[in-house]
Design a protein around this ligand. Structure first.
Ligand SMILES: *Cc1c(COP(=O)(O)O)cnc(C)c1O
Length: 237
């Protein structure tokens, strides 16, 4: 299968800008992340050549091997980790990423703080919240989330910058259920920003290849698009 990454990026950016317009949002208010998991370095380089600078990966080992050399030669690019993160993988994750979008439990903050302190780096985090019935990842309750934010507010995690929220909508063709999941995250984000005004938390990371236009209509600031840019993933590799 021949995939034209530059052309795909162009088409998606056009769709993003149309969705921004439809939603009455400012042009350029939505960032595009290219999710390159399971795709080789050459594809990432092609995307960079087409002007893409923000990437997402969900497995630390793969991200570390693929992106360490790319970041050496292309220091302008940014990588976010978006997958379930085991504590023993945090060390390499914080070396290569500028943001961990998949913070889904309080104990993960302890490990991120510890590893960032070692390399003297501040890192952005997004709190992943569980909004869809089938998807399993993310904080389940607002209480847990508030515990995390309160601990940061009290100075327990000086290397961690809370930058916003992330969610995955349920995998379904039912657009209204997908939309409901995005609305839930937007409203949660609003409540948290009111409760914790000291944190900017302006990112709402929601929307993937199949649902990014709905996500933009519901306030997404960051869409995570893989398949529509790089083609189908080959999970046999
Ligand atoms: C893989 C992945 C994406 C991209 O999915 P596509 O459907 O290929 O666009 C987005 N977000 C997360 C968390 C992912 O794991």
């Amino acid at each position: 299968m021949i995939v034209n990454i530059a052309e795909n990026l162009k088409v998606i950016k056009q769709k993003i800008s149309e969705a921004e317009k439809r939603a009455g949002r400012e042009a350029g208010s939505v960032k595009l992340m290219a999710v390159s998991k399971f795709h080789p370095s050459e594809d990432v380089i092609s995307a960079i050549g087409a002007g893409q600078f923000l990437f997402g990966e969900n497995r630390v080992q793969e991200a570390f091997e693929k992106f360490s050399p790319i970041i050496e030669t292309h220091p302008q690019i940014e990588l976010h980790m978006i997958g379930v993160l085991q504590s023993n993988k945090v060390k390499n994750a914080v070396k290569v990423a500028s943001c961990i979008e998949s913070v889904d439990r309080l104990s993960l903050l302890d490990e991120i703080e510890k590893q960032c302190a070692k390399i003297n780096k501040q890192i952005k985090v997004l709190f992943e919240f569980h909004t869809g019935e089938e998807s399993k990842s993310g904080f389940e309750t607002e209480e847990e989330l508030e515990q995390a934010l309160t601990a940061i507010k009290e100075g327990k995690y000086p290397h961690i910058i809370p930058a916003g929220f992330m969610t995955m909508a349920p995998f379904t063709d039912d657009k209204e259920r997908v939309r409901k999941s995005f609305i839930l995250l937007r409203e949660l984000s609003k409540r948290m920003k009111e409760k914790y005004p000291q944190f900017e938390m302006k990112e709402l990371s929601m929307g993937m290849s199949g649902d990014f236009e709905i996500a933009i209509e519901e306030g997404s600031t960051l869409v995570r698009v893989g398949t529509a840019i790089f083609g189908e993933r080959d999970y046999s590799k």
